[in-house]
Design a protein around this ligand. Structure first.
Ligand code: F6R
Length: 364
């Protein structure tokens, strides 16, 4: 039931503060800011790497997970889209574990990747929304994302709940591997605990984002740029926009701009830059200047500090609250989803059932 919402996608975007909090509460205890006891059949300290495989938006949450596991737990992550992973004959370390991320739990390529790892004899974890699914059944441990039913074909709340689970896992890995002490654990979990409130604040930017989307609905091409964990978000922004508005969009790591996509920039090319004021914000500013110098129209998604430090003329700046580093990808996912959603509404497309797409892809 859509309730008072125009589309399931809108409802699912707005449910995020609540469902993110459920996803987190399964892994962390907010009264003590400590991790709950592990349900995993292995200890991260015994691993030398992990493999992650998934498709589409679920793959992009895994890509954020890679940054987190490597940053907070010094644990290398092999990640690939499942259709490549299953055929690329990747050597599997005996001291590894694999995670498969799937909203539906039925995606054919993801399931085939799981079976490839299972044949190698390593422990398998399923990060799924549908608990009674094939991927869940064939795994050694199920890590449910608890997003509730996702009806809109374009994934929204499943993505942020996957991120919530992955962030919790990365903290666990950091603790078990001795790279995070008790104080770090408590601080990071206290930061995770802020995600639902900050997500609620970001939802209030709907009117501004709707105005930006009105302009976006007039163009034929959009480029999304981001660095670090905002790079997967740039890919997600482009994926979401093309899926539901049918506007051609591409996501790039901002540092790749001068290696090709800069050739596309002219006055007709909006460039969405996703850049919280982080360690490498200055690098994103350089990229924005390169875009501005060629007449590109910048739509900057940042925070107050980023706005003040950007020193580049932007067509639009969407200012988010200041967000702790670890939850940036969770919070910045919302304006990215909202921008695609409102653009599609302006275009008048079938938002919940975009052409040619299915919610569950059970054939390769
Ligand atoms: C994008 C989208 C798809 C799915 C992909 C994987 O909005 O919905 O890219 O993310 O088909 O599906 P699951 O997560 O069910 O394996």
């Amino acid at each position: 039931d859509k309730g008072n919402y125009r589309h399931f996608m809108e409802k699912e975007i707005r449910e995020q503060p609540e469902v993110i909090s459920h996803a987190l509460a399964n892994h962390v205890d907010f009264t003590t800011n400590r991790l709950r006891p592990s349900t995993l059949p292995f200890n991260f300290k015994d691993l030398d790497r992990i493999a992650i495989s998934a498709c589409g938006t679920a793959y992009l949450s895994g890509l954020v997970g890679k940054y987190w596991f490597e940053r907070y737990a010094r644990l290398p992550v092999d990640i690939d889209i499942a259709s490549e992973f299953r055929y690329r004959e990747m050597p599997i370390s005996k001291k590894s574990a694999a995670f498969f991320i799937s909203q539906s739990g039925e995606t054919a390529d993801t399931l085939a990747s799981l079976r490839y790892c299972k044949a190698a004899g390593i422990p398998i974890g399923a990060i799924v929304n549908v608990r009674d699914s094939t991927i869940a059944r064939e795994s050694d441990v199920v890590l449910p994302i608890l997003a509730g039913p996702e009806v809109g074909v374009a994934s929204t709340k499943a993505f942020t709940c996957q991120l919530a689970v992955l962030a919790s896992l990365a903290i666990r890995a950091g603790v078990e591997r001795g790279f995070l002490n008790e104080e770090d654990e408590k601080r990071l979990i206290a930061e995770l605990a802020e995600a639902p409130r900050l997500a609620t604040d970001v939802l209030k930017l709907d009117e501004q984002i709707n105005e930006v989307a009105r302009d976006l609905s007039q163009v034929d091409h959009v480029l999304y740029l981001g660095r670090d964990t905002s790079y997967p978000l740039a890919l997600e922004g482009a994926l979401k926009l093309k899926e539901i508005s049918y506007i051609h969009a591409e996501g790039y790591a901002a540092g790749e701009l001068k290696h090709g996509p800069i050739a596309l920039i002219d006055e007709s090319m909006p460039v969405v830059v996703i850049a919280p004021h982080d360690r490498i914000f200055d690098k994103s500013v350089s990229n924005m200047q390169e875009v501005a110098a060629r007449g590109g129209r910048i739509i900057l998604i940042t925070d107050e500090k980023g706005k003040n430090a950007s020193a580049t003329e932007t067509a639009e700046t969407i200012v988010l609250p200041e967000v702790p580093e670890i939850i940036c990808p969770i919070i910045y996912a919302l304006p990215v989803q909202m921008l695609a959603y409102y653009t599609a509404v302006h275009m008048g497309t079938d938002v919940d059932q975009p052409r040619n797409l299915a919610k569950s892809v059970t054939v390769e």
